[in-house]
Design a protein around this ligand. Structure first.
Ligand code: 13P
Ligand code: SF4
Length: 301
C-alpha cells in the first residue's frame, strides 16, 4: 500500500476527516477532504459529522476546531507547528484597554491562542474581518494580534476608532517592497495580489488585497495572465491547479511559513495510526473560546 492508500483506509476505519490549509505542502493538500483558508476551515470544522479531525495546519487551528467540537478528537500531525503571531498580544493589555475605553470591542484575529480568544468579544479571519467589524455596534475596536490586518480593516471602516496591537506574521512581514518592485520590473504585465498580513507599504503596491482564498478567486476570475503573489508560497499549488495557463511569481526571498511546512504525509499517517498529538482543552477554556468563534460564524453568515 502507498502512504496515501494507508491514510485513506485509516481515515475510513476511524471515521476521520482531514482539513488542510493552503500553506501546507502540496502532497498534504492532495490527500485532504477540505483545503482552504482559515475561515473555510473553521466552518468545515464546525459542520463536520466525522468523529476525528486531523488538522493539517498550526496549533491555533487545532484549538479552534476543538473548541467548536469538544466531543470530537482533534489530531495535529505535528504538535509543535505553531503560529508565532498567535502569541503576540497579552492579557494585561486587553484588561487595560477595557478599563480605558468605554464601548470597546476586542476583536481577535483567529491566528491567536485560545487564552487570547477567551478574552475577546469576537473572532475574525482575513476573509470576513471587514464585514464583522462594520457589523459590531461598538465604535472602539482593539484589534489583536495583527497590526497589518488591523490597519487594512481600519481603512475600510473609517467610522470606527481603532486601537492597534504590535503583532505581525514574520513570514508576511519579511516581504519587502524592493523585491516586489523588482518582480514588477521583470514582469510588467503582472498584477500584484497580496494578503493583508503584509506590511502597509506592500499593500499600497498591490492591485488586490485579500485572504488566501480571495487571492485564488481573484486570479482565477481575472482576465490577467500573470500575477505576483504576496503570501505564503503554498497557495501556488491551488493557483496552478485552477489556472494551468496562467503564470505566478513570488518574491526572490520565497515566503515560507516554517511551521506550516512541519506537516508531512508521514506525520498525518502517524497520528491517524497512534492518536498522538491530540488537542486537549479544559472545558471552561473550550466554552469561552467557542463563544467568540461562534459569534464570528454568526456575523460572517
Ligand atoms: P487566511 O487563511 O485567512 O488567508 O490566513 C492566512 C494565514 O496566515 C493563516 O495562518
Ligand atoms: Fe502564522 Fe504567518 Fe505562518 Fe500564517 S503564515 S501561520 S500568520 S506565521
Amino acid at each position: 500500500m502507498t502512504i496515501t492508500e494507508e491514510i485513506q483506509s485509516l481515515k475510513k476505519e476511524k471515521n476521520a476527516v482531514i482539513l488542510a490549509h493552503y500553506y501546507v505542502a502540496p502532497e498534504v493538500q492532495e490527500i485532504a477532504d477540505y483545503v482552504g483558508d482559515s475561515y473555510y476551515l473553521s466552518k468545515a470544522a464546525a459542520e463536520t459529522g466525522a468523529q476525528v479531525i486531523v488538522f493539517c495546519g498550526v496549533s491555533f487551528m487545532g484549538e479552534s476546531a476543538k473548541a467548536l467540537n469538544p466531543e470530537k478528537t482533534v489530531l495535529m500531525p505535528d504538535g509543535k507547528a505553531d503560529c508565532p503571531m498567535a502569541h503576540m498580544a497579552d492579557e494585561e493589555t486587553i484588561r487595560r484597554m477595557r478599563e480605558k475605553y468605554e464601548d470597546l470591542a476586542v476583536v481577535c484575529y483567529i491566528n491567536s491562542t485560545a487564552e487570547l480568544k477567551r478574552l475577546s468579544d469576537v473572532c475574525v479571519t482575513s476573509a470576513n474581518a471587514v464585514k464583522i467589524v462594520k457589523a459590531l455596534p461598538n465604535r472602539n475596536i482593539f484589534f489583536i494580534p495583527d497590526r497589518n490586518l488591523a490597519h487594512f480593516i481600519a481603512k475600510q471602516a473609517p467610522e470606527k476608532n481603532f486601537i492597534y496591537n504590535e503583532g505581525y506574521c514574520p513570514t508576511h512581514e519579511r516581504m519587502q517592497t524592493e523585491e516586489i518592485k523588482k518582480a514588477k520590473k521583470e514582469h510588467p504585465d503582472a498584477l500584484v495580489l497580496s494578503h493583508p498580513e503584509c506590511a502597509g507599504a506592500v499593500l499600497e503596491l498591490s492591485d488586490y488585497v485579500g485572504s488566501t482564498s480571495g487571492i485564488i478567486k481573484f486570479a482565477t476570475k481575472s482576465s490577467g495572465k500573470e500575477f505576483i503573489i504576496c503570501t505564503e508560497e503554498g497557495v501556488a499549488h491551488e493557483l496552478k491547479q485552477k489556472n494551468p495557463e496562467k503564470k505566478f511569481y513570488f518574491t526572490d526571498t520565497l515566503p515560507v511559513c516554517p511551521d506550516m511546512k512541519l506537516v508531512t504525509l508521514e506525520k498525518v499517517l502517524h497520528v491517524l495510526k497512534t492518536g498522538e498529538n491530540e488537542v486537549h482543552m479544559e472545558t471552561e477554556l473550550g466554552e469561552e473560546t467557542r463563544r467568540p468563534l461562534e459569534r464570528m460564524l454568526e456575523l460572517a453568515r
